[in-house]
Design a protein around this ligand. Structure first.
Ligand code: SAJ
Length: 430
C-alpha cells in the first residue's frame, strides 16, 4: 500500500482518489479551489455522477482519504487537473498542469513517482511537465524520480464502474517509471494495464481515441443530413446499415458536446500539419446546431414570432454537465437569431427571447430553467437535444394541450414517434 497525493479533485481526480483509498492506499486529496475543498468536507461532491457520493463517503469514513489544504509529500503524485481549450487560438491551456507540476516539484522526494492523467498534447509529460518538476525539485527525472502519463478514459455517467473496469495505457519515461505507475493502477483496475513505449505515445493514444469517436459521430451526422435531402429517416437507415457485420455507424444528433470530444482532436495539431479529416469532422459536428435550426424553420414555416422549447441543455443524456453543450448552443443560436412575439413564461419583458429551456438534470442558477410544462406553454415547437431517460417518458398528450402548435424535433431519437404522432404532433427526427 502506498501514499498518494491526488492533485485536482474534479471529475477524474475525486473518484480516483476515493477508489485508491477504498483499495487500501493512504490518499491525500488536494485541490487549489478552497470552496470545493469546503464542499467536499461537508460531504458534497458537486457532480451528478452515479455512485460517486457513496464511494467518496466510504473513502472518507475509512480514514484513508484525507482532503488536505496543502499538498504533502507522498510516494505517488497524480495530476488530474483540467486542460481547458483556448477556442480562439485552438490551443490547450496547460496553466493548471503547469501549476500542479510546480506544486508537486515543491514536495517531491527522491524515489517518488509522478503520474499525469490530464489529457494533453503529445510531448507534454516529457517536455513541459518534466522541466517544471525538475526545476522546482532540483531532482532529475529517471535518475531520482519516476515520471509517467496514464490518460483517464472514463465515460461521464459511468465513471465509477469504468475506473475499475477499463484497460489503462501507461507510458513512462523509463522502465522503472512505467512499472511504478503500472503497479499503482493494478491495485484497483480490473482491466488490463498496457505499457506504451513512452509518455508521448500514451498521450497520443488518448487523443486518437476521442478523435476516432468524434470523426465517427461526424459520419453519422453527415449521413443524417444527406438522408434528410432524400426524405429518408436516418435512424431507420442507420439501424439497417448496422445489420452488416462490419458496419457500425453511430447515432446522429444536435452536435457533439462535453469537455473531451470537441477539444481533444485539436491537441493532435500541436506538433503535426497532417490533420485533414479531423478538422472537417469537427466542422460537421459543430454545424449540426445550424442544421437543427434549418429543420425548425422548415417545420414551423419560419421562426419569426415563434416560441420554442429546448429540452436538454446537458451535453448528453442523463448527466448534468453543460460544458460545450449542443442544446445550449442551439438555444443561444435561436435566441440571437429570432424575433420574439410573446413574452417568456416567466413574465419577462417583450424583449425576452422566445426560447424556453428545460433540463431535469441541470442545476445552474445562471440559466432560466423551467419545468417541462412551463417550458412548452404557448410554444410552437419542442426540440429535444439530450437523450435523458425522462424525455422518453414525457406525455405528449398533456404537452400538446399546453402548446400553441404541436411540433417536435427529436434530435436524439429518444421519443416514440408513433406515440407523439398519435397525440397530434408533427414530428421530425435527426
Ligand atoms: N454523441 C453523439 N452520437 C453518438 C455518441 C455520442 O452525438 O453516437 C455525442 C454525445 O451526445 C455528446 C458527445 O457525443 O454530446 C460526447 O459524448 P460521449 O458519450 O461520446 O463521450 P464523453 O465526452 O462523455 O466521454 C468521452 C469518452 N471517450 C470515448 O468514448 C472514446 C470517454 O471514454 C473519455 O474518458 C472522455 O471522453 C474523456 O474524458 O476524454
Amino acid at each position: 500500500m502506498s501514499s498518494i497525493c491526488v492533485h485536482g479533485l474534479g471529475y477524474i481526480g475525486l473518484p480516483t482518489a476515493a477508489m485508491l483509498a477504498t483499495h487500501g492506499h493512504k490518499v491525500y486529496g488536494y485541490d487549489t479551489d478552497r470552496a470545493h475543498i469546503a464542499e467536499l468536507r461537508d460531504g458534497e461532491v458537486g457532480l451528478d455522477e452515479p455512485g460517486l457520493e457513496t464511494l467518496v463517503a466510504r473513502a472518507v469514513e475509512s480514514g484513508r482519504l484525507r482532503i488536505v489544504d496543502e499538498a504533502p509529500a507522498a510516494a505517488y503524485h497524480m495530476i488530474c487537473v483540467p486542460t481547458p481549450f483556448d477556442e480562439e487560438r485552438r490551443e490547450a491551456n496547460l496553466d493548471y498542469v503547469a501549476d500542479a507540476a510546480r506544486t508537486v516539484g515543491a514536495v517531491l522526494r527522491a524515489g517518488d513517482t509522478v503520474v499525469l492523467e490530464s489529457t494533453v498534447p503529445p510531448g507534454t509529460t516529457e517536455g513541459r511537465v518534466r522541466r517544471i518538476v525538475e526545476d522546482e525539485s532540483g531532482l532529475t527525472a529517471g535518475r531520482d524520480f519516476g515520471l509517467a502519463h496514464c490518460p483517464e478514459t472514463v465515460l461521464p455517467g459511468n465513471v465509477v464502474a469504468e475506473l475499475r473496469e477499463n484497460d489503462r495505457i501507461v507510458g513512462g519515461i523509463d522502465d522503472r517509471s512505467a512499472t511504478a505507475a503500472a503497479e499503482l493502477y493494478e491495485s484497483f483496475v480490473d482491466g488490463e494495464i498496457r505499457t506504451a513505449a513512452d509518455p508521448t505515445t500514451a498521450e497520443f493514444v488518448k487523443l486518437i481515441q476521442n478523435t476516432a469517436r468524434d470523426v465517427e459521430i461526424a459520419l453519422a451526422n453527415e449521413v443524417a443530413r444527406i438522408a434528410h435531402d432524400y426524405g429518408i429517416d436516418s435512424r431507420e437507415a442507420i439501424s439497417m446499415a448496422n445489420a452488416h457485420p462490419r458496419v457500425e455507424i453511430l447515432d446522429p444528433g444536435p452536435g457533439v458536446g462535453g469537455h473531451c470530444l470537441p477539444i481533444d482532436p485539436w491537441f493532435l495539431g500541436v506538433g503535426s500539419d497532417s490533420l485533414d479529416l479531423v478538422p472537417t469532422a469537427r466542422a460537421v459536428n459543430d454545424g449540426m446546431t445550424g442544421f437543427v435550426v434549418e429543420l425548425l424553420e422548415e417545420l414551423l414555416s419560419g421562426l419569426d414570432g415563434k416560441r420554442v422549447a429546448v429540452f436538454g441543455v446537458a451535453y448528453k443524456g442523463n448527466v448534468g454537465d453543460t460544458r460545450m453543450s449542443p442544446g445550449l448552443r442551439l438555444a443561444q443560436e435561436l435566441q440571437h437569431g429570432q424575433k420574439p412575439a410573446t413574452p417568456a413564461t416567466d413574465g419577462g419583458t417583450p424583449d425576452t427571447p422566445g426560447v424556453a429551456i428545460h433540463d431535469p438534470h441541470v442545476v445552474d442558477p445562471t440559466l432560466q430553467l423551467l419545468d417541462a410544462e412551463e417550458a412548452v406553454k404557448d410554444a410552437h415547437g419542442i426540440v429535444i437535444t439530450a437523450d435523458h431517460d425522462e424525455f422518453g417518458a414525457l406525455n405528449p398528450v398533456r404537452l400538446r394541450e399546453l402548446m400553441a402548435e404541436p411540433n417536435v424535433i427529436d434530435t436524439k431519437g429518444v421519443v416514440d414517434p408513433d406515440q407523439w404522432r398519435d397525440a397530434g404532433f408533427e414530428l421530425r427526427r435527426v
